[in-house]
Design a binder for this molecule. Sequence first.
Ligand code: LMR
Length: 400
Amino acid sequence: VFSAIAQAPEDSILGVTVAFNKDPSPVKVNLGVGAYRTEEGKPLVLNVVRKAEQLLVNDPSRVKEYLPITGLADFNNLSARLIFGAGSLAIQENRVATVQCLSGTGSLRVGSEFLARNYHEKVIYIPQPTWGNHPKVFTISGLVVKYYRYYDPGTRGLNFHGLLEDLSSAPQGAIVLLHACAHNPTGVDPTLEQWEQIRQLMRSKGLLPFFDSAYQGFASGSLDADAQSVRLFVADGGECLAAQSYAKNMGLYGERVGALSIVCKSSDVAVRVESQLKLVIRPMYSNPPIHGASIVATILKNSEMYHEWTIELKAMADRIISMRKQLFDALLQRGTPGDWSHIIKQIGMFTFTGLNSDQVTFMAKEFHIYMTADGRISMAGLSSRTIPHLADAIHAAVTG
Ligand code: LMR
């Protein structure tokens, strides 16, 4: 009965790891998936995460019961405070419905299914370009995906004019997906003044903001600074959605821990919104896993551990910034044609190199360096050891 099933293509991001794993070369480098590596090229488990896990393991009162459909209450409250700020009026007024979800993707999926069922406008505007999974998540949830201009390949910066124009012509009430910080894949973010203009425009047209916050703390190294865009929108008292992931900022990739928050106009509405979120979650995966959320809650509620986390997070962000500088210098040294200053200007985990798909294929074949076909490289996958090799590859791809 299954003999006619077609072979599906690999995922545009996770498929890069599949190709990388098949390559026997000892010099191969995986710059595809956005996953942090140490200078030695190894995955990193934060010390503070290990400590939290020890505490959890040694606590005899901890059991493996089901969590509620909405997840761990402590985790939800602390996650909302992390993104909206401890002093957020929306939190104090109990206007936020937060549910624990399966990392950023799960939060986006639950949020968009909720909107498809309960919100009058089904169109969601997403940036061009955006994370490869966004259009898939929103389409399968029942929303209609449209794009707004975001990136200008000419300047390798923000196409702010195009962005405002496209959002101005969006239908009243449309949903708009915004990357809270460290835009993936471009590494290009609006300035705070530009965010304010975006906010004014969106509020004047009744557009509904849906933030994807996968890199809080990774862009600037400061958790508060990286949440400013979201807080700007919440401070005006209007509605918004925010999907949070702890994959990158706590290194909890495989634990699949994240949260969806929906900021409402009143606590009464928030209660009803939460009841509808439960109807989305229960038939999908019943209730979320307990371990990762317990780690996060342990860290967020203990001021010493929280402080330790911010230091480890800053160290990861700083290492990425140093990789940017080293790669830029290596290309300058080689006299590689072109302006490469965007490598040091862009922020977050990725550089949108401007390399085309032929050059990407060439670098995988000749240099065993793997990246997504759009020329995005994960700076977090680089080390001082691999930078000369990457610079040689880029130089050869550009001059070849
Ligand atoms: C990425 O963009 O590389 C990450 O968000 C990982 C993923 O799931 O695609």
